[in-house]
Design a protein around this ligand. Structure first.
Ligand code: ADP
Ligand code: ZN
Ligand code: MG
Length: 489
């Protein structure tokens, strides 16, 4: 039997985080929240005689992304009309870029099961989003309504080379790109709101072949889960066809979320179907080298660089580094905690941020932005723990209260009398008391039930309301219990 290999390339559309639309001064509103058609003007409504103007902020954000991907920027790029009839695009064409896009030839590094791989980026270009139709069935009538709030919102299209080989790699690529867009504050990447839409092109060929098979394109996937499943499904379908000696037809399909199958939308379409031609109402887009260099210089640390730094320079576990980097706001918070630490090691901060802090956030359904916890305050809590002022368990409770009340650790520790006590005589007295008051357990311990150690430990901590230095309690308890066992024999 012939082995087959999947070949996948992705087209990803991201709405850019600009204040105004791509070619007019209408504000960009959240189209899932706003009333329909509150952000529309004659330009984005496609009135005859109006003229588009290029949004400088959109170009700037697009350049940030293109430069982060290591693309070559075209000093002059050209907007084109892409013609097709669609009722949510009132002009009857979309302004996009075709022959001379903003940027070409980049790289996105992705982490796969077998290490890092570099996926080539074919092109990055600017275009405009469409409006939204809703189809209404009411009172025996069927009609469609159009909302043009989204029409003309800046869209960035990022097209990869067909370098991906599995559904898992496709997911890793899309997730990494989303993290990048969010790190660069170029797009919200909010897939539920349609701010990031993914279109995989999938083909299958005999393993080892260097020619491309016929591809099927899946339209507008808006979750990583559907992306991975839809790609896996298409690979399976195509492998099935080729194994039976059938052919794959080039087509565009949709993904049926409920049935988890793809369904045909339209057959082969070519660029000439769109009758692209240069947009006569816009001058070529000129990007000066100075502009490019100033944007390049202002790029933040990129997610894959950050991940490497966490592992190599800070010594974090790879899984922790990955988790932190997956949320740029969390990673920023972590970086500020690390910057403020005096005694505690960065690894401890990573464990606490990805453990306790995420747990608090999930529990309270909160985001970092609304949490009443400063990175400096958090660092201070970790330092106090390392210094032995409070023990680990107490520190968790203090963190919880810091998140709720916004009070600094020092105040919570003082108010609740939580300071760890390391007085050896006091600890010895309490250990002695616990052993004296529990003769039955002590007997069992003596006769070999050594797991009771933890029970005695718990009793001591309870009596000290968790304030006793745990290390000292363990030492004292070990010593006293050994004495008991020896006294017996
Ligand atoms: P369009 O879909 O607009 O015609 P392209 O032909 O440039 O655009 O391809 C779009 C995407 O499809 C790119 O990501 C490219 O890598 C991918 N692609 C093209 N041909 C194949 C193929 N035979 N198998 C898998 N992916 C492909
Ligand atoms: Zn407008
Ligand atoms: Mg396509």
């Amino acid at each position: 039997m012939v082995a087959f290999e999947a070949v996948i390339g992705l087209e990803i559309h991201a709405e850019l985080l600009t204040r105004s639309k791509m070619f007019c001064s209408c504000p960009v509103v959240d189209s899932t929240q706003a009333e329909p058609n509150v952000a529309v003007c004659p330009i984005c409504a496609g009135m005859p005689g109006t003229l588009p103007v290029i949004n400088r902020q959109a170009v700037e954000l697009a350049l940030r992304v293109a430069l982060a991907l290591g693309c070559q920027i075209h000093p002059v790029s050209v907007f084109a009309r892409k013609n097709y009839f669609y009722p949510d695009l009132p002009k009857g064409y979309q302004i996009s870029q075709y022959e001379q896009p903003l940027a070409v030839n980049g790289i996105l590094p992705i982490e796969t099961e077998s290490g890092w791989r570099e996926i080539r980026i074919r092109r990055v270009h600017l275009e405009e989003d469409t409006g939204k139709l809703s189809h209404v069935h009411a009172d025996g009538e069927v009609y469609s309504l159009v909302d043009l709030n989204r029409a003309g919102v800046p869209l960035l299209e990022i097209v990869s080379e067909p370098d991906l080989r599995s559904a898992q790699e496709v997911r890793a690529y899309a997730q990494t790109l989303r993290i990048l867009l969010r790190t660069l504050q170029a797009s919200s990447g909010d897939m539920e709101k349609g701010a990031l839409r993914i279109e995989p092109n999938i083909s299958v060929r005999p393993a080892g072949s260097s020619t491309l098979g016929t591809r099927v394109e899946i339209k507008n996937l808006n979750s990583f889960r559907s992306l991975e499943r839809a790609v896996a499904y298409q690979i399976e379908v195509q492998v099935g066809k080729l194994s039976r000696g059938e052919v794959v037809e080039q087509e565009t399909v949709g993904w049926d979320e409920a049935q988890e199958i793809t369904f045909s939308q339209r057959s082969k379409e070519e660029a000439h179907d769109y009758r692209y031609f240069p947009e006569p109402d816009l001058p070529p887009l000129v990007v000066t080298p100075e502009w490019v260099e100033s944007i390049r210089a202002a790029l933040p640390e990129l997610p894959w660089e950050r991940q490497r730094r966490y592992v190599e320079a800070l010594g974090l576990a790879p899984a922790e580094a990955r988790l932190l980097v997956s949320d740029p706001a969390l990673a920023d918070f972590f970086d500020r905690v690390v910057g403020a630490l005096k005694r505690a090691p960065a690894r401890m901060a990573a464990t606490w941020v990805t453990g306790e802090l995420l747990a608090r956030l999930n529990e309270q359904g909160q985001t970092l932005e609304v949490l009443r916890l400063s990175p400096e305050g958090f660092a201070d809590l970790l330092d106090r723990t390392v210094e032995g002022q409070i023990n680990l368990n107490t520190a968790k409770g203090v963190l919880q209260e810091m998140c709720m009340s916004g009070k600094p650790a020092v105040q919570i520790i003082a108010e609740r009398g939580l300071e760890q006590v390391s007085d050896p005589e006091w600890i010895a007295r309490i250990v002695a008391q616990v052993l004296r008051e529990n003769p039955a357990e002590l007997d069992k311990y003596r006769s070999g039930k050594s797991t009771l150690f933890n029970w005695f430990y718990g009793q001591v901590m309870r009596l000290t309301r968790g304030k006793a230095n745990p290390q000292m309690v363990r030492e004292e308890l070990t010593r006293c219990l050994e004495d008991q066992v020896r006294g017996e024999s």
